[in-house]
Each structure stands twice: as structure tokens, then as C-alpha cells.
Design a protein. Sequence first.
Length: 171
Amino acid sequence: MSKQNTAELATSGGETIFVFISADNGGTRIENGESEIDVIRGTWVCAPERAKRVDHLIAVGADGLVTHAMRASVANIEQVKLAKKTVSRVLFDVEDSPEMKFLVGHPSPVAQVRNPVAYESTDWVLHGDATLEDTDEATRAVVKGYVLDVDENGDAFVAAPEGGSVTVLCR
């Protein structure tokens, strides 16, 4: 896997795949002794073109908390015939991601919708979508390692970098 620095990753135009681990999607395999990292790596159903844009993989546990943040690249794509269609299953090469370590232990910034995988722009995950102007559309801001996420219910979550602190003022 090629080494990229944080600045290169932030401008790569890549995507982050979020994999949601549950009993039906890898959890049972882990409980039965399979390596957690092997389960997280895949094989996930993913279009080959999209898989090639993935530069990070975030694992989310059944409780909705991020368990692993990793840099990722495609290791293998296999065509698998199911009852009614053929799908591409992707296995990723992974390594720790220092630039996304701040996510581990916190609620996933991306919700699981229907499938056990979801995608988001790596730039959005690293830097958010807030501007210096007030906007009702922004849902995430990353400022000097502090992360503010606001979910669809309007609940806010703040993660401070190691050694940081947060003061909350209610108005």
C-alpha cells in the first residue's frame, strides 16, 4: 500500500467506506475466532469502480461507535454469483490511519442506511462541510483536531483531540 501524507489524502478526491459490523455482517465470524481485521477487510459488496476510489475504511460496531480507522486500498475483487445476480466482492488491504484516529471510540459520523456499507467523501470525513458562515446545511466541522457532528435529530457530538478539552455553554 502506498504511503500518503495527510495533505495528499485530504485532496485525493477519494472515498471512505464505512463497514457496519453486526452479527449478520461479520460479528458472528469474529465471535467464532476469525481475526477482527480479516473480517473488517472484507469481502464487501462494492462496485469495482467505486472500490478503486476508496482510500480509507472505517469499522463501526453494533453500538454505532467507530472501532477501527484505517487507510485502505483494493487487494482483490472477486465476482460472486448469487441466486439472482452476480456481485463484486472486495477485499481491502488496510493499515492504521493516524489522520482518522480521532474517530475511534466515538459515534460514526455516517449512519447505516440499508446495507452493511456506506460511503462518504474522505475530504468531508477529515475536514467537515462547515464554512465560516452560518449555514443550516452543514452537519460536520473539524477544527484543529476538534470534531463537531450534528445528526439528523439535531443532537451534537464533540470529540476533542488527545489532551484537549471542551467547554459547553448553553444559551
